[in-house]
Design a binder for this molecule. Structure first.
Ligand SMILES: [Zn+2]
Length: 475
């Protein structure tokens, strides 16, 4: 049977059942300023025609004919951009320290096992927060094996962000083994020998990982060369398995080792020193994506300070009410621990926050260097870490990128097109173009003028389904 007639029959069946799927009508978004996610100038008084969940036409009024019977939505005065993409999230983390027992903080208070069981059964908790914030695609760059099954789980309908996941992380840092384990599985895989490293890659491929992520901390003295070489071996095995190598390496030396191993994305900034010409050349040669994650470190340290000193948790930055009640509840308990309010702990908290500020200053300067070298940057929050909550954290990350000196129009591309490219999905989404999925956001403010414009989001569309963001807000 031809697709068309099959669709007609389905349409009649659906009409009979009283429901209207996205493809049952054409929709025309009319009158907005359209920012398409590329470097082309914005289209004033634009039209976007949506059919079957995809963009049928995008352009000026004269360029797009409105189909007969199309439902027209007047967006005069509004701005439309592609749905945002977050290049670094963790569905196995909660936005609070209860998701990071490796911190050693308040671990007796939380039940990591039941938390992980609940998160694996209910990924819609984070799907909803992301859509509510205008994010229509996320790249989960590390977690328990269940994070590879997110597309199969959850009570939500078909409306959810695109999701790509790396699964467990390969690392040489042994103290973390067994600390983030649940349901008999671990977040980490070993690389303590060449054979173990290759086996870890094979295991990832077998469990359905969509990337090979290496958590590459400073190698111990005396093992630097051997571990760098092993990282190269992992990169080779990943390429053979058809999986991108993505690496956590926040020191310049380690980041270069990652690039030599063929990393396709550095999932954090380099924070220990300015990046140099050699680093930029390696990035260019590998066409490597750079995920700055500017805000996560200071958020972590603010969370730790709250718990240690018994301070009220910092107010959540959640302009559209996207953060769910359970997340708000655990963060609200921050001041009940006061597990170490000694003067030494106060001093330690101060110096930790200072260190985070210094790190972020280096990260911001490096972001600008990477940008000026013309290399691809991907807006990335590292959400799921303490106080970097799923959803609205994207706003402060984007604002931090602007504070580093990037122009809002550039950040728009990094937050849409580049994210889709890093996920390997640019053919499907990331820019507004005929044939692509109709994933987009409607804003009151101009995102090419202000990096804060995303806070003014009114609607989100995923695969042609247009919803006010209030539909996804936390109840
Ligand atoms: Zn991360």
């Amino acid at each position: 049977m031809q697709g068309k007639s099959m669709k007609r029959i389905l349409f009649l069946l659906v009409l009979a059942a009283g429901a209207a799927p996205a493809w049952a009508e054409s929709l025309a978004l009319v009158g907005a300023t359209v920012h398409d996610g590329t470097s082309r100038p914005a289209i004033e008084d634009g039209v976007i025609v949506v059919e079957d969940g995809r963009i049928a036409c995008v352009g000026a009024r004269s360029a797009c004919e409105l189909p007969d019977g199309a439902r027209s939505v007047d967006l005069a005065g509004r701005h439309v951009a592609p749905g945002l993409v977050d290049g670094h999230v963790h569905y196995a983390q909660t936005g609070w320290i209860d998701g990071r027992p490796d911190s050693g903080i308040a671990i007796d208070h939380y039940d990591y096992q039941s938390q992980q069981a609940s998160l694996s059964e209910h990924p819609e908790r984070w799907h909803r927060a992301w859509l509510c914030s205008g994010v229509t695609a996320v790249y989960d760059v590390g977690g328990l094996p269940w994070t590879l099954k997110v597309d199969e789980n959850g009570a939500d309908g078909p409306v959810r962000p695109h999701y790509r996941a790396a699964g467990p992380l390969i690392t040489h840092y042994e103290p973390v083994f067994g600390v983030l384990s649940a349901g008999g599985q671990d977040t980490f895989l070993p690389m303590d020998s060449d054979a173990a490293a290759l086996e870890s890659v094979a295991e990832l491929a077998a469990m359905g990982a969509e990337a090979v992520k290496v958590w590459y901390l400073d190698p111990p003295a005396g093992e630097v060369e051997a571990l760098d070489a092993r990282l190269g071996l992992i990169g080779e095995a990943a390429r053979e398995a058809g999986l991108p190598l993505i690496v956590h390496a926040t020191e310049l030396r380690n980041a270069k080792a990652a690039l030599r191993a063929g990393a396709q994305m550095l999932v954090h900034s380099v924070v220990d020193q300015p990046v140099d010409a050699e680093f930029l050349d390696l990035m260019r040669a590998g066409n490597t994506f750079y995920a700055p994650t500017l805000i996560v470190s200071s958020n972590w340290r603010r969370a730790v300070a709250s718990v240690r000193l018994g301070l009220e948790a910092p107010a959540l930055d959640d302009p559209n009410g996207c953060v769910d009640a359970e997340t708000r509840r655990v963060i609200g308990e921050a001041d009940t621990f006061a597990d170490d309010p000694s003067p030494e702990a106060v001093a330690a908290a101060y110096s930790s926050l200072e260190a985070a500020a210094l790190e972020e200053a280096v990260a911001r300067a490096n972001l600008l260097r990477v940008f000026e070298a013309g290399l691809p940057i991907v807006t990335s929050t590292d959400a799921g870490n303490p106080l970097t909550v799923h959803g609205p954290s994207i706003y402060s990350e984007i604002e931090a990128m602007a504070a580093a000196g990037l122009a809002p129009a550039e950040i728009l591309r990094m937050s849409t097109r580049n994210g889709a490219a890093a996920m390997g999905r640019l053919e499907e989404f990331g820019t507004l173009a005929a044939g692509k999925l109709a994933d987009l956001i409607v804003l009151a403010d101009d995102p090419s003028e202000s990096a804060s414009a995303y806070r003014s989001i009114t609607h989100v569309m995923r695969a042609g389904e247009l919803s006010p963001v209030s539909e996804y807000s936390a109840k």
